[in-house]
Design a binder for this molecule. Structure first.
Ligand SMILES: [Zn+2]
Length: 195
């Protein structure tokens, strides 16, 4: 089984971080173009992408001047993730570009038979802070760009997802955000914070 994470940039002018976990071996690198992204991860079983991969229900686009704008700026997943921290509305200029590129990436990867999930690495990383997988992340951290680090966190979420260790936010028919399922902090602290 192989797992990949993609920290997607809104355009091909900016760095997209990619991480691949294959048979326990980790590879991180950066790419730019749409085709480079697809080629990099299309052979993975599961790919987790740090970008919105769907539109709010009822919307055909994210333009403010379209009649579909009455359906709002957020998916249910975007509202539910607020309890872990703030998120930007999909209609904010940068998010609009990112979301449309994310949807194209999802569709292209799905046509290659890849299981594609959406995640939020900054939130996931906070949640995994006490988990053992964080050790693997830290041992690679110094040589990585911030985009590569987020991609690696996303790849870890893809791995956890395949193991069933995940929390799914939002409505599956609208598009969900996958986060790690981690142990409650108090049980971790009782074993870790021994003097
Ligand atoms: Zn529209």
């Amino acid at each position: 089984m192989s797992f990949a994470g993609v920290d997607l940039a809104a355009s091909d002018r900016n760095e997209t971080g990619v991480a691949i976990i294959n048979e326990g071996r980790v590879k991180v690198f950066s790419v730019f173009s749409f085709d480079e992204i697809i080629d990099a991860v299309k052979s993975a079983d599961t790919v987790a992408v740090d970008a919105p991969l769907s539109l709010p229900r009822g919307r055909c686009c994210l333009r403010n001047d379209c009649s579909c704008s009455r359906h709002g700026h957020f998916r249910r997943a975007d509202l539910e993730i607020r309890r872990y921290g703030s998120v930007l509305p999909l209609t904010w200029r940068g998010m609009r570009e990112l979301t449309m590129r994310g949807i194209r990436i999802r569709e292209a990867l799905a046509s290659h038979g890849v299981d594609v999930i959406e995640t939020h690495p900054r939130t996931a990383e906070r949640m995994m802070k006490n988990a053992e997988l964080q050790m693997e992340l830290d041992s690679h951290a110094s040589a990585m760009s911030i985009h590569q680090r987020d991609a690696l966190t996303a790849a870890l979420v893809a791995l956890l997802y395949s193991e069933g260790n995940f929390t799914e936010l939002g409505d599956p028919s609208e598009g969900t955000i996958i986060l790690p399922k981690v142990e409650e902090p108090q049980s971790k602290n009782s074993s870790r914070n021994q003097p």
